[in-house]
Design a protein around this ligand. Sequence first.
Ligand code: NAI
Length: 276
Amino acid sequence: MSMSQQDSSTVREGFPRPFPNTPTNVLEQFRLNGKVVVITGAADGIGYAVAEAMAEASANIAMWYNSNDVAIEKARGLAEAHGIKATAYKVDVSDPEMVQKAIETVAKDFGKIDVFIANAGMAISKPILETTLEEYRKQMSVNVDGVLYCAKYVGEVFHRQGFGNLIITSSMSGHIVNVPVDQPVYNATKAFVTHLGKSLAREWREFARVNVVSPGFFETRMGASPEAINEAYRMAALGRQGHVKEIKGLYLYLASEASTYMTGSDVLIDGGYVLP
Ligand code: NAI
């Protein structure tokens, strides 16, 4: 039963909460000087573009990668170019012990974790009738378990610190069913992490913000396949895939003090793909 006007007139102690002590100048709000940001899947694609964005805004960054050692060189390059600390860590996000250990190591190496960007993901784009159970489990282990392990263990750090900010890379595939290639498992993994993010925004309301980014097709290894590319151009109102430089600003916004009133949001960035 919903509240009566009388019930809702009761003043709750401690409410309203105070406004945050953030700069009023919007460009200052976007600066990340002194902040520590972890990015998973940071060797390439969206993850590297986001790492670059954080470094350009003067954050110190921990770049997690799975197998692509080029992340080590890229971290060195960003550190030199922007006068920040950047370190690469080899972490398979589907391994809970490795994730837990890496989060504690980063917290020790950098002194804290302000922002964690759970971005790593993979897809085996096939109809379920052609998907083996092994292929199903593989996608679940990275896209669902991997995000959950990262959230659980970085959540412990956020709770301990009393502050934190989790950003999850989901997908428009958590909103819509992709055409023309059927990929029900991938779609469902993304729906899971989108709702996980919203649920954590409530659970962690006393100490951390949580938001979700849902990209449409971006031109990376995980962008539109040859079978899907023409449909991707046709479906997107802007008639093309996104370039990774076009997603940097959104992650920076969510990571920064420009978005202090934002939690539990799921932001689509898809060139208008899901409009029709
Ligand atoms: P990508 O293939 O360049 O990046 C995926 C990253 O995840 C890679 O760096 C890969 O090494 C990492 N990864 C995969 N398995 C891992 C594991 N077990 N442990 C640690 N890292 C692992 O592709 P992209 O596009 O940059 O993908 C980034 C995220 O964006 C993914 O979550 C993807 O699902 C999502 N996305 C991408 C879209 C696109 O069109 N490119 C559309 C919607 C969502």
